[in-house]
Design a protein. Structure first.
Length: 126
């Protein structure tokens, strides 16, 4: 499965993940977003999306492990992938019919969004 993870660049940016190499993805409180976190499996592909002023997909990562022992707050460890050569803006995403039914467009406040393989490829520049 593929997912998009939103983060405020001033809180934890893709550059921070590049520096750290791995991190636990936390701070998620929305029940739907938590459901998506619990569904993650090692090896799942991720797109890191900066909210705030940037509003664009900026890098990739992958799931290393998922510890679901705390059902309210699963611990998902991710590792850095690569930066996206040409970040994909929210305006570009909204203009692309590939994302017409995506929660990324339809539920803007959702911080963990499932992606189809085609959506992942488009955002990751593959």
């Amino acid at each position: 499965m593929d997912y998009l993870l939103k983060t405020e660049a001033t809180t934890y940016s893709f550059a921070d993940l590049q520096r750290d190499k791995q991190t636990n993805w936390d701070g998620v409180s929305n029940p739907v977003a938590l459901k998506h976190l619990r569904a993650m499996q090692p090896g799942d592909r991720l797109v890191i999306y900066h909210t705030g002023d940037q509003k664009s997909a900026v890098g990739t990562a992958s799931v290393v492990s998922v510890d679901p022992s705390d059902a309210r707050n699963p611990v998902v460890k991710i590792k850095v992938g690569k930066g996206i050569a040409k970040p994909v803006s929210l305006a570009e995403i909204k203009a692309n019919s590939l994302f017409a039914d995506s929660p990324l467009v339809r539920q803007g406040r959702l911080s963990v969004v499932p992606l189809t393989a085609a959506q992942y490829k488009k955002l990751a520049g593959e």
